[in-house]
Write a protein of this length. Structure first.
Length: 510
């Protein structure tokens, strides 16, 4: 790769003033191709991840904040302003897609069996766990009296494959906690995306804002991209209490819905001083707001500019942060002052490189590498691998890596059969071509075709991906609750099994 490196660095390894973005794109493609590959990990690697989790918790426990800290005092007043009129009790609970610490799966999640008094004091069970309220309570008095009474709940730590470096640690929440966390978390996100102070600056549904800023500022360098290390594990409960001090009712609800401990894989309980680990539905919205609020408070005190001006100059998507380059020092110092750690090796201020929300940019050119994420199994029934490798094929082809994409196409078609053509909007894994008409003409050469008079379109018999479904056993009031708060998209008599991708042949339109 000497030819590429010579277009980037001089003989002493110093970046050239006229470093070639195209050369950088190819170098990064080779070096980072397998960086996100999910690999099996050893017990030693798993232990290291858990030890880091415990170490971060111990560091959080030692944090102390000045009672008269100007940044935290201003952050509290900002929170009072941002959440003025926000009602944390007006929520629609729902279940999340992931596992829960209490072990319920699929439709079992709709039949609650525990009553946590710290939740009940804020979110009464007869209002938030029943669709029929008083009438349902009268009808289900035996069930209500049979609920196991607990003061609070404990989460459960699990490790899941992440990338070539090892696993990711997730803390599964108890069922009843997750139910309400999802409702309050969605309410907070919707409020922050609509508020005049945070609209466009704190984002949860669109990464595009941060991505476009990263690309544009890899030329102008007006804004810097900042990365935080172990962000969710270092937002302490003490910090959340200080930031949300100005919104006491919301703070009460946040505290009621956080697990106070988590069970480690060895069965031991770890008391939590962090607000919420990754896995809680409140982790992402609260950490994003806390980061934004602290930086805004620090920048207001540093520059003297109005809150609205500063607030709309700082952009946060989770722990992906974009801020004016001239504010980097005051903002990062403020974050580290309260126990957060800025990852300096992934924070870009002075050069032409920027990275945020999956976009790597250099001098206005996207240099994000295509990623190999799943191991090839060679099984024709492996739907997840099928989808992953078809996506990788299309990504490599679009970028002009034709030999690599042809090699992948050969492996895919030798295992799964002829790959159909389609567009980026097609509902089945396909070779993406620019237009739908072109895809239909190509598909007509290789696949059965029919005219669907109901939808007035041609359809082709191709390999499609679908999730496995099982018949629901849910009935009575729990069924009414499910059908009101999370109505099925299709047949209400079946339930979709998550992460159960299977392959079947069926009719589909381009």
């Amino acid at each position: 790769m000497q030819a590429y490196f010579s277009r980037l660095f001089d003989e002493d390894g110093v970046l050239l003033e006229d470093a070639d973005p195209e050369a950088l794109k190819h170098v990064r493609q080779v070096l980072f191709f397998a960086y996100k590959l999910q690999l099996p990990y050893s017990p030693a690697v798993e232990k290291s991840v858990i030890d880091n989790f415990i170490a971060a918790e111990n560091e959080v426990k030692l944090l102390e904040y000045d009672d008269e800290d100007r940044i935290l005092d201003l952050a509290s007043r900002i929170t009072e302003t941002v959440f003025n009129g926000f009602d944390p009790l007006d929520i629609y609970p729902r279940h999340g897609p992931g596992a829960v610490a209490t072990g319920e799966k699929l439709d079992e999640k709709w039949e609650f069996s525990r009553k946590y008094t710290n939740i009940h004091r804020v979110y009464p069970y007869y209002e938030y766990f029943m669709v029929g309220r008083g009438r349902e309570l009268a009808d289900r008095l035996v069930w209500y009296k049979s609920l196991q009474i607990h003061e609070s709940g404990s989460a459960k730590v699990v490790t899941v494959p992440k990338d070539s470096r090892g696993p990711r640690l997730i803390s599964c929440e108890p069922l009843e906690y997750q139910w309400l966390q999802q409702g309050l978390g969605r309410k907070i996100m919707a409020h922050l995306e609509a508020s005049r102070f945070t609209r466009g600056s704190i984002n949860f549904t669109l990464q595009r804002v941060n991505q476009e800023l990263a690309l544009a500022n890899s030329i102008s360098r007006e804004y810097a991209t900042v990365d935080l290390k172990d962000a969710s594990d270092r937002v302490s409960l003490k910090l959340v209490r200080r930031v949300f001090k100005g919104s006491s009712k919301l703070l009460e609800c946040l505290e009621a819905l956080r697990s106070t401990s988590t069970m480690l894989p060895d069965g031991s309980l770890l008391s939590l001083e962090k607000f919420a680990p990754m896995g809680s539905a409140l982790c992402f919205p609260v950490e994003a707001y806390v980061f934004w609020c602290i930086m805004v408070a620090a920048a207001v005190l540093h520059t003297g500019l109005p809150l609205v001006t500063v607030g709309h100059s700082i952009f946060v998507y989770g722990d992906d942060i974009v801020i004016p380059s001239t504010w980097v020092e005051c903002c990062t110092n403020a974050l580290e002052r309260f126990g957060l750690i800025v990852n300096r090796s992934k924070t870009f201020v002075n050069g032409f490189f920027r990275e945020s929300c999956g976009i790597d940019a250099f001098k206005g050119v996207t240099v994000t590498p295509s990623r190999l994420r799943s191991r090839w199994t060679g099984r024709s029934s492996d739907g997840a691998a099928f989808a992953s490798y078809v996506s990788l094929y299309n990504d490599l082809f679009v970028k002009g890596y034709y030999y690599a994409s042809d090699y992948l196409l050969g492996a895919i078609e030798s295992t799964y059969g002829k790959l159909p053509f389609g567009t980026s909007l097609s509902s089945y894994p396909c070779r993406v071509v620019p237009g739908g008409l072109e895809a239909e003409i190509l598909n007509s050469q290789f696949f059965k075709r029919r005219w669907n008079p109901q939808f007035q379109r041609f359809e082709f018999k191709v390999l499609k991906l679908s999730a496995r479904k099982v018949n629901t056993q849910l009935d009575s009031w729990p069924r009414v609750l499910r059908d009101n708060l999370a109505p099925p998209m299709g047949d209400p008599s079946v339930v979709v099994v998550p992460r159960s991708t299977k392959i079947k042949r069926g009719w589909a339109a381009v």
